[in-house]
Design a protein around this ligand. Sequence first.
Ligand code: ADP
Length: 276
Amino acid sequence: MKVANSRENMVEVHNLTKSYGGNAPAIRDISLTLKRGEFVVLLGPSGVGKSTLLRTLNFLVRPSSGTVVVDGQDLGKMSGGQLLEARQRIGMIFQEFNLVNRMSVLTNVLCGRLGSLGFWRALTYSFPREDQERAVRALERAGLDDPEMYMRRADMLSGGQRQRVAIARALVQEPKLILADEPIASLDVIMREQIMDLMAGIVKRDGITVVMSLHQLDAARKYADRIIALSAGVITFDGPPADLSAEVVARIFRKKVEAGAADDDGTAVKMADGNG
Ligand code: ADP
């Protein structure tokens, strides 16, 4: 299943298109290469195809055409079992956390190991001791170092804590790639910053590639190594945050460029500071 690719490339996408039913394609003929250890933000307002593109990278959404190669493996050529195995090395984080509310924090994190267990162990949630130790380490790495919390039901936690549990669940997979779909959209401003700091640390310290969909321009600017902006399913900008001019931002968010213009979702488009 391995295909030739450059060792420093984590993801290679070629001519990717996804249409839902008979509608216009949500993403159209997208090709891009993502390097190892890059923090990539897919930026744009709602409905431009960020989530669709993100979810094709682990085939949670199957593309209508085109190829996705992750870590040298062509996902489109895999059997169901091989795809599950490949997904074990791709963590995923969601806006609404996707935890099992009635389960403990620790069990939620251990769910990240389910894909690596044999059938009977997975069926009975019988996790080996080393997985439990991995889960505790992942929780600590995600900033939850109070063991008293580990046995609490997930729904007893704040939003920020729940997103940390979801990040720990991704980390316990020992992934090379983490996909994060609007991970801060349900959080308040302080929590947003904390979660973005954590994700940036995961890229820098742990060397994991992170691809994150976001509609918050400020966070994208502050944390991303590379911003890929989408409009109507095609890439309209691809580069470092420093190259995002006010005009480019205005185009991405379809806003007029006005001195001092600002709004509540962080998509302020200002000419005054010269770089939007
Ligand atoms: P974004 O993440 O930028 O908000 P999405 O990828 O969610 O964009 O959506 C892109 C387009 O695809 C939108 O027009 C949306 O309505 C459509 N879409 C997304 N998911 C589905 C689906 N499961 N079924 C039908 N249409 C969908």
